[in-house]
Design a protein around this ligand. Structure first.
Ligand code: BTN
Length: 311
């Protein structure tokens, strides 16, 4: 979308404006104005055509840069915003390009959305939020676990007030409602010596997805719409999420993340199993670095990786 499209949009936002006036204001012919109106409609804007001219009825549901720029109130996260209608994976794109700190790459649809441990992430067009954030800062390697907990924590904080249901955090970094997963995080890092110097935080949040989109995982996957019974404004949630991630990153060193997460930890106090590790026991909480404390027959063990399930 160029400056001329933006002028047309601004003009017709709150009034009907004739093709002739738009042509004069933009310096293009009336036919060219009409073509641009058609292009805006293809981008999802709803525009009323009448004998008096054109008027915007509804903005596009797609998360186009022009839409995000006017709604986002952050200092650096998303200031460089890269939008794709379709891509293989936003994480793959962010990893293979040298993008500045705070860059957000979002796709309306991913054909090879990546999950943890080689799993896939179903990314139906226009239904969820599928994006990656590039953080190019140095953190001590010891902070890795806590950093990967920061993203689910911030997403939970950003959206919890929009929901009736309670959000739970499944260690290490999934978000659940009613025992089903609606958001996943793929945190990929670049490490040099004892320092993390780049983080690609890939975030998938199922917002308005329908049960049939989840196919064979529909018993374990869910969306905000399925759980809350209503449709959400993705743009609003996306902006709140980016703003909360920025605030949480800014206070990372003083944030008592493990305490905060423990309050909403899924299966706390219950008997769990750590798959692949053969560990079973009662989930008692997190240690200071974000590891999972499990009371087993051999005493308290702290685990730093793995997938958990209830026994
Ligand atoms: C998981 O739960 O296994 C992690 C899922 C992460 C999915 C997101 S969607 C945006 C970003 N791009 C990807 O290919 N994956 C992440």
């Amino acid at each position: 979308m160029d400056r001329t499209d933006q002028i047309i949009l601004e003009q017709i936002e709150d009034k009907t404006v004739s093709g002739e006036k738009l042509s004069k204001l933009t310096g293009i012919s009336r036919v060219a104005v009409w073509k641009r109106i058609k292009k805006l409609e293809d981008l999802g804007y709803r525009i009323k055509h009448s004998s008096e001219g054109y008027r915007l009825i509804e903005r596009t549901p797609y998360l186009l840069p022009v839409e995000i720029k006017r709604a986002l109130k952050t200092g650096y996260i998303g200031k460089n915003y890269i939008f794709f209608d379709q891509i293989d994976s936003t994480n793959m794109y962010a990893k293979s390009n040298d993008l500045p700190d705070g860059t957000v790459v979002l796709a309306e649809n991913q054909t090879k959305g990546k999950g943890r441990k080689g799993r896939r992430w179903i990314s139906s067009k226009g239904k969820g939020l599928y994006f990656s954030i590039v953080i190019k800062r140095n953190y001590p390697l010891n902070d890795l676990m806590k950093l990967s907990l920061l993203f689910p924590y911030a997403v939970k904080e950003a959206i919890k007030d929009y929901l009736e249901n309670q959000i739970k955090i499944k260690w290490p970094n999934d978000l659940y409602i009613n025992n089903r997963k609606f958001a996943g995080f793929l945190i990929e890092t670049e490490i040099e010596g004892n320092e993390i110097n780049r983080i690609i935080a890939g975030i998938g949040i199922n917002i308005n997805n329908e049960p049939e989109e989840f196919g064979d995982i529909k018993d374990t996957a869910t969306s905000l719409k399925i759980e809350e019974g209503k449709t959400f404004c993705r743009k609003e949630l996306f902006c709140r999420v980016l703003e909360t991630i920025e605030k949480s990153l800014d206070k990372f060193s003083s944030l008592d993340l493990t305490d905060e997460i423990e309050k909403d930890l899924l299966w706390k106090g219950e008997n769990i199993r750590i798959l692949d590790e053969g560990i079973e026991g009662r989930l008692i909480g997190l240690d200071r670095s974000g590891g999972l404390k499990v009371l087993t027959e051999k005493g308290v063990l702290t685990v730093y990786s793995g997938d958990i399930s209830v026994r």
